[in-house]
Design a protein around this ligand. Structure first.
Ligand code: ZN
Length: 292
């Protein structure tokens, strides 16, 4: 079975991760633009970060046979940074039209401030203008209220709900999202938030329609193999192969494919040559290149 991890921050991960992911069947990923841990002080660092998401990181994934897509946005946390927020917003149109960009995201609420709402709304408008889907992060604190506020904003601005993916759901927020036309993402983490067993229970209760899972692996304690691990647990629990495939493959392709920028045939038979260079750089350190 081919697998898609539609939320993973590979910029923060290693080549060992790419190798393990490819070996576990992950053929495609979406890397959302996010907060890097260290607060940024210049718009230029966002510019270079976005460039690397559509450039170097996309190349790096390809060298392990993994198709890389990304989403571009001012993330919710840094919407509160008045030193950079407006300039980042002004920078986004330069990236949203690029090949490989499959949504505006992650946008949404972190601390649920007025500033966050202002930039969330502005980026929903950008998504409409650029005819792109939206990836919405939901907050760790007071998640239910944050989810309700996000759904209300989407509705009030007239963003088509089938083009919105509300992420990091729990047992509490999933029914709220499914009651709308939005898609529902679930981040499977080690020990917190959502795990394999709880995800199995949610699929048994709600089925597969608009359900998506991801690892949300980043620079923190996280596991880039959570999509394959959850797929295994779903099968063990008696969920059919067809239903598992819907969740880990067809659904993310259906959602992000609304851009017309995902060609499944390209993902299914990747060709790569590790002798290739990206602006003079390769992923190798003198090893013999692998090819397929
Ligand atoms: Zn994320």
């Amino acid at each position: 079975m081919m697998l898609f991890d539609p939320h993973i921050h590979m910029t923060s991960r290693t080549t060992d991760d790419y190798e393990a992911m490819a070996a576990a069947g992950i053929a495609a990923i979406v890397e959302p633009a996010f907060w890097l841990g260290q607060p940024r002080t210049h718009v230029g660092t966002f510019d270079d970060y976005f460039s690397s998401l559509v450039g170097w990181e996309r190349f790096r994934a390809s060298q392990f046979g993994i198709k890389h897509y990304c989403t571009i946005a001012l993330n919710p946390k840094e919407a509160n940074n008045s030193k950079v927020a407006d300039s980042v917003l002004a920078l986004l149109p330069r990236y949203l039209g690029k090949d490989g960009v499959v949504a505006v995201g992650e946008v949404g609420f972190d601390d649920q401030t007025a500033e966050e709402e202002k930039y969330f709304a502005a980026q929903l408008e950008l998504a409409k203008k650029f005819d792109l889907p939206v990836l919405v992060h939901t907050p760790h604190r007071d998640k239910k209220r944050g989810t309700e506020k996000s759904l209300a904003l989407v509705r009030s601005l007239g963003v088509p709900e089938h083009r919105v993916l509300i992420d990091h759901n729990t047992e509490e927020t999933l029914p709220l999202v499914l009651a709308t036309g939005c898609w529902a993402g679930h981040s499977i983490y080690p020990d917190t938030k959502m795990d394999e067993a709880r995800m199995v229970a949610l699929v048994k209760k709600y089925g597969t329609d608009r359900i998506i899972i991801n690892s949300a692996a980043d620079w923190g304690v996280s596991d880039p193999l959570k999509v394959p691990k959850t797929a295994i647990e779903m099968r063990k629990a008696g969920i059919s192969d067809a239903d598992v495939e819907t969740i880990v493959w067809s659904n993310p392709i259906a959602f992000f494919g609304q851009t017309g920028r995902i060609d499944p045939s390209e993902i299914e038979s990747p060709h790569y040559d590790q002798a290739e260079l990206w602006e003079g750089n390769s992923v190798l350190r003198g090893q013999s290149p692998e090819r397929r």
